[in-house]
Design a protein around this ligand. Structure first.
Ligand SMILES: NC(=O)c1ccc[n+]([C@@H]2O[C@H](COP(=O)([O-])OP(=O)(O)OC[C@H]3O[C@@H](n4cnc5c(N)ncnc54)[C@H](O)[C@@H]3O)[C@@H](O)[C@H]2O)c1
Length: 256
C-alpha cells in the first residue's frame, strides 16, 4: 500500500508565518489543517489551497478541547497526523510591577500551555502511527530579552525546555521535536505592533527594527516557512531537540 500524503496541522495558520507555512507544505504536496481563531481568513486560505489539500479547524488554543478538536478534524480529513506546527503566539507588554497576573497567565496559557497540550496529543497520535515531527515556535526573545517582555520572553524560553524534553522522551517512538526562534519577521503581528506607537511612523519603526538585524531587513514569513518545511522533512532526520534561529544574525551581535 502506498504511504498516504503527509498530514500537517498548523496552529495559527490563518495569517503571518502560519499561513506562509501552510502554503509551503501544500506546495510540497502535503495536506494541511489550518487551526485558528480567525475563521474568515482561515477558511479563505483553506479554500484557496483546495479542499483536497487543505481544511480549516476553528480553534482557540487557549482551550484544550478546541486543540483536541483540531486534531480530530485533521485526522478525519486526512487520515492521520504526521507534522504539528505549534505557531500561535501573543504578546502582552509591561514591566513585572505593572503587568497584571491575568496578562501573565493568558500569555503562558496561549504561548506555552497550548504547545504542551498539542505536544501531548501529537505524541499519542504519532506513537500509534509510528512517528512524526513536532515543530514548536519559540522566539529570539527566548534567547535574549527586550524591556517589558517578561511574560512573552518567559513563555518562549520555556518552549525550548519543553521541546528538548519531548525530543528525548520520544526519540525511541520515532518522534522528532524541534523549535524555531524567529527574529523580527514582517507579519501582521509586527505591522500591528508598529502602528501602536502613536508618536512614530510605522515605516520608520520597521526600518529601525530592520537595522537591528545584521542583514539590515526584516525576515519574510516565507523564509521561516522554508525552514519549517525542511525541519519536517526526512533530510532533517537526524535533528531533534534543537532550536533554530531564523534571526538575520541579531543574536550574534553584542553591540549594534
Ligand atoms: N513576527 C515576528 O517577528 C515573530 C518573531 C519571533 C517569534 N514569532 C512567533 O511566531 C509565531 C507566529 O507569529 P506571526 O508573526 O505570524 O503572528 P500573527 O499574529 O501574524 O499570526 C498568528 C496567528 O495565530 C492566530 N492566533 C492568535 N491567537 C490564537 C489563539 N488563541 N488560538 C488560535 N489561533 C490564534 C492568529 O489569528 C494568527 O492567525 C508566534 O508564536 C510568534 O510569537 C514571531
Amino acid at each position: 500500500m502506498s504511504k498516504r500524503t503527509n498530514s500537517v496541522l498548523v496552529f495559527g495558520g490563518a495569517r503571518g508565518i502560519g499561513a506562509a507555512t501552510a502554503r509551503a507544505f501544500v506546495k510540497e504536496g502535503a495536506c494541511v489543517t489550518i487551526a485558528d481563531v480567525l475563521e474568515e481568513e482561515g477558511r479563505a486560505l483553506a479554500a484557496e489551497l483546495g479542499s483536497d489539500h487543505a481544511a480549516f479547524a476553528p480553534c482557540d488554543v487557549g482551550a484544550a478541547d478546541q486543540i483536541n478538536a483540531a486534531f480530530d478534524i485533521a485526522i478525519q480529513q486526512f487520515g492521520g497526523i504526521d507534522v504539528v506546527f505549534n505557531n500561535v503566539g501573543i504578546a502582552r507588554y509591561g514591566t513585572v510591577d505593572q503587568l497584571s497576573l491575568e496578562d501573565w497567565d493568558l500569555t503562558l496559557q496561549v504561548n506555552l500551555t497550548a504547545q504542551f497540550i498539542a505536544c501531548k496529543r501529537a505524541v499519542q497520535e504519532m506513537k500509534r502511527s509510528g512517528g512524526g515531527v513536532i515543530i514548536n515556535t519559540a522566539s529570539i526573545l527566548g534567547h535574549a530579552s527586550q524591556k517589558t517582555t517578561a511574560a512573552y520572553a518567559a513563555s518562549k524560553a520555556a518552549i525550548m525546555g519543553l521541546t528538548r524534553t519531548v525530543a528525548i522522551d520520544h526519540a525511541a517512538d520515532g518522534i522528532r521535536c524541534v523549535s524555531i526562534s524567529p527574529g523580527t519577521i514582517d507579519t501582521p503581528l509586527v505591522q500591528i505592533a508598529a502602528r501602536t506607537f502613536k508618536d512614530r511612523r510605522p515605516e520608520d519603526l520597521e526600518r529601525e527594527w530592520a537595522a537591528h538585524h545584521p542583514l539590515n531587513r526584516l525576515g519574510k514569513p516565507e523564509e521561516v516557512a522554508a525552514t519549517v518545511v525542511f525541519l519536517a522533512s526526512s533530510g532533517a532526520g537526524f535533528i531533534t531537540g534543537s532550536d533554530f534561529l531564523i534571526d538575520g544574525g541579531i543574536r550574534s551581535e553584542l553591540y549594534a
